[in-house]
Ligand binder design. Sequence first.
Ligand SMILES: *[C@@H]1O[C@H](CO)[C@@H](O)[C@H](O)[C@H]1NC(C)=O
Ligand SMILES: *[C@@H]1O[C@H](CO)[C@@H](O)[C@H](O)[C@H]1NC(C)=O
Ligand SMILES: *[C@@H]1O[C@H](CO)[C@@H](O)[C@H](O)[C@H]1NC(C)=O
Ligand SMILES: [Zn+2]
Length: 538
Amino acid sequence: MRSPVRTLATLPAVALVLAATFPTISGAGIQPSQSQYEGADARAAAEPTRHTFPLLKWLRDTAVEVVFGTPSAGTKGGSRPDPALESRYRNDVVVRFNVTNSEEEAALASAAGQMFLDVWAFTPQYVDVRLGKDDVSALLTLLPKALQPSVLIPDVAAAVWATYPSTTATGKSRFESTVVDAAKLKTSLDGVGNIFFEDYQTLTVITSWMRLLEAMFPSIVNMTTIGKSYEGRDVYALRVGGRKSEGEASGPRKTILITGGLHGREWISTSTANYLLWSVITSYDKEPMITKLLDHFDMVFIPVLNPDGYEYTWQSDRLWRKSRQQTKMRFCRGLDLDHAFSYGWDARKLQTDPCSESYGGDEPFQAVEASNLAKWAKNETDHGARFVAFLDLHSYAQEVLYPYSYTCSVDPPNRENLEELAVGLAKAIRISSGELYTVMSACEGAVARTYSASESFPRIEAGGGSAIDWFYHELHARYSYQIKLRDTGSYGFLLPSDHIVPTGEEMLNALKYLGDFLLGNNGIERGVFHKDLKRRRR
Ligand SMILES: *[C@@H]1O[C@H](CO)[C@@H](O)[C@H](O)[C@H]1NC(C)=O
Ligand SMILES: *[C@@H]1O[C@H](CO)[C@@H](O)[C@H](O)[C@H]1NC(C)=O
Ligand SMILES: *[C@@H]1O[C@H](CO)[C@@H](O)[C@H](O)[C@H]1NC(C)=O
Ligand SMILES: [Zn+2]
């Protein structure tokens, strides 16, 4: 039995490892036909550094194994956590409230704080809350009579169990079975891609997969780490970029940053970041729009910003949201990374109780992962990078949110443009799949448009210290968005894996729209920001 390959730092190292693996695979009966080489050859032409036939042969045959581990090694643990954990949410339900006025929202916000409720979503149409069946009546005593819940997910335990990758009748997981099903592996690339996006993937698999992409596309992909998590895991980033023109090579490296997995349980955000990553890499030199995009911009993807939280959702608790950092309260671990950045951080408004799901720390950047991301991004800008756009992927509710998150009483300087592009992104999504994404300011709570008038009504969750505000304000990433992906509550965070590809596709369409928009503007929006900068420096 061989343990999954972990280090693929350089191509020769891959060659050695894979050469050793190859006999096992051919023994398993993979006999690809000649036609299956064609796709790989086309890609070889686009990759001038590697065109040797044997290299592609073993890449095709063993890429899947490198990423997912050998079939025999994979079967023992599987990807599912201990079945005993299924009982964790046995008595839980997710209920929805239609909040219609600020008094109702204030009452719900206060009750959520008091009872440490797990608020799944809040939008101008609804507020979704997970809690024990037995706690529903206690909650209702704290709320106005008119506020009655409807049940959204009656059996949370079953829904949790359903999101882990399924196993086939033979006890093997879907991708393990596919490894020996040569017919499905048209080429190494499509094979890996199709299988990879059939299910949600573990951190180990994602990391191997990123290393494989770096090894296969060395001329356009660099893998780096932006720092370590609280528990010491690397937070990996892939930088993707094409040929820069003379002028662009000497100017700032205009960078689009895309992050996923800031909240552990929002698996669709990680799979979508991976889908975008995969799509732009494999479309380079094939699709004109993507080629142009990568020739003008560097794109940096961080699919798992909170690896401790993500790993914890696979091992122990599917619904874990925060990091796993120790807090001052021994039994309440974890910081909400989206309330951990310094901009708009306000101790009077933010949750100060470590047991709350939205606790971001006692001071800004106490959360290791948020602090490392900020340090890395600042250092990048000190070394010639300029963040022109930031997409922070989350779930769920289908929303495109623009700054500011911390308050509605201050308008961002380029609000019209932010809103215009946001509407464009939503439209690109709708054209792609028919899904509706709502566009609004991230400052809005459960009752839209009451917040600018008065700061006195509490939101369901205070919005200070967010990542998009920080990138927008501190690094001048002028197109900074938090995008909450599918769905609108049928499954919530427990979105089935057959949504991975459609969600990835609709976001890819949005990403192309973003590229088009930035290129039309030449990526430079003169005026507002420069003035804003000067004013602040004076
Ligand atoms: C909330 O509103 C939706 C749609 O507007 C409706 O279907 C649902 O029954 C409402 N729920 C409650 C508890 O009023
Ligand atoms: C990757 O790193 C190499 C060597 O440092 C550099 O030449 C190349 O431009 C980098 N590529 C990207 C996409 O950043
Ligand atoms: C800062 O960025 C530069 C250029 O990308 C890199 O060489 C350097 O190692 C970085 N420093 C830190 C502390 O990350
Ligand atoms: Zn989130």
